[in-house]
Write a protein that binds this ligand. Structure first.
Ligand code: UT7
Length: 366
């Protein structure tokens, strides 16, 4: 184990101080092997490669194999995040997912057990495409309070399992995958510290995105669910507009809370919902779209996994470099949205190898 990581896995708390903060110490990713190209979808749906690329920016996405679940991807991403930090374990697991392995219980305890973490706290966070940011906030809270000294924060979804095979509007957009970040206890003044959070929701618009069947409202009727309610649905255009305005506001808010001007931010790593959304947000902020990191062409919209997968990809491509001011922003069903801000870690202490060795922990996108 590398120096400074001996405390990993401790659940006996630590010093509480205003300077104590959660610091990014490792990154990992995992995607299923099966690649689904736009042409593959065009063979079974009334769609075509040109439409999908023009309207979404997506070229291909990944899909789980029969019997493969979110937890399988989460375990692999988490192991990769631990390996990237040279860490032997973590003190807690927070898993963001909207596609748990089963409706009940949560998937996180099983993931923690499979990784061999012992009896650590482990729970799921359900905030659809904002899930990873909410999970980061939860993990950062556990560390700041001194409850644990490290947390594996995982975003994982097998969203293809919720889709109507005949719905071209959703099948072209979503893909499966997982990404993970290892947070460790450190100080606010260190690179990699999560500096603040800006989080929000608007439940009056819950009907815009969701899957109605399987929850208590439907099951309490005692009646079988309508077939259309057993699939995920989304009012694309309305969600698009909300995504642009909420993510723009959220990015502005986190910059202000952190004491940065938005123009100072070097890299925006947003939820990868649609390439046109990133362009629209960049225009609203008056910034070049090149500052918005993207991998949507290769993996599509991977829901909770979207932001950590984009982080891993951008790091491997050298687009995220030590000392950059970085804003992470998510938006999704609920509606929910949220952002956090950090100075990208390295080259010193724990994440020193990430920028150079991240390739070892990358999914093989290409
Ligand atoms: O991740 C959580 C948050 N999610 C989002 O932020 C998603 C936001 N929404 C979107 O990304 C876009 O709304 C979609 C990609 C889902 C849809 O793109 P759009 O440009 O908004 O299309 P639309 O729904 O307005 O449909 C335009 C036309 C329609 O045909 P008509 O009525 O004009 O004849 C659709 O039937 O495009 C048609 N269409 C398609 N055509 C070919 C819808 N899906 C497809 C398709 N291939 N896959």
């Amino acid at each position: 184990m590398r120096p400074g990581l001996e405390g990993y896995g401790r659940t006996d708390g630590g010093p509480r101080s205003p300077e104590r903060a959660a610091v990014v110490a490792g990154l990992g990713a995992a995607v299923p092997e099966t690649v689904v190209t736009n042409d593959d979808l065009a063979r079974v749906l009334d769609t075509d490669d040109a439409w999908i690329r023009r309207r979404t920016g997506i070229r291909r996405r990944r899909a789980v194999a029969p019997g493969q679940a979110t937890g399988d991807l989460a375990v692999e991403a988490a192991r990769n995040a631990l390996a990237s930090a040279g860490a032997g374990g973590a003190g807690a697991v927070v898993l963001a997912t909207s596609t748990p392995d089963q409706l009940c219980p949560a998937t996180a305890p099983n993931v923690a057990s499979r990784i061999g973490l012992g009896p650590v706290p482990a729970f799921d966070v359900q905030a659809v495409c904002t899930g990873f940011v909410y999970a980061l906030a939860s993990g950062a809270g556990l560390i700041s309070l001194g409850v644990v000294d490290s947390v594996l924060v995982i975003g994982a979804d097998a969203f293809s399992t919720l889709l109507d095979p005949e719905d071209r509007a959703t099948r072209v957009v979503f893909g499966d995958g997982a990404g993970a970040v290892l947070l460790r206890a450190g100080s606010r003044t260190e690179r990699g510290a999560l500096l603040d959070f800006s989080l929000g929701s608007d439940g009056s618009a819950e009907d815009l995105i969701g899957m109605r069947a399987g929850g208590s409202r439907q099951r309490s009727t005692g009646l079988p669910a309508k077939v259309e309610d057993t699939y995920f649905s989304m009012q694309g255009q309305a969600v698009f507009k909300q995504a642009v305005s909420r993510m723009t506001e959220s990015a502005r808010d986190i910059a202000a809370r952190t004491g940065w001007a938005v123009e100072e931010v070097d890299s925006f790593v947003f939820h990868q919902a649609n390439a046109r959304i990133l362009t629209a947000v960049a225009r609203r902020l008056g910034l070049p779209v090149e500052r918005f990191r993207t991998n949507i062409a290769e993996v599509g919209n991977t829901v909770s996994a979207s932001i950590p997968l984009a982080l891993v990809d951008a790091t491997a491509r050298g687009e995220l470099t030590p000392g950059q001011k970085v804003v992470l922003t998510g938006f999704g069903g609920g509606l929910t949205w949220g952002s956090t801000a950090l100075v990208w870690p390295g080259p010193d202490p724990l994440l020193s190898e990430l920028s150079t060795d991240a390739g070892d922990f990358l999914p093989k996108y290409r």
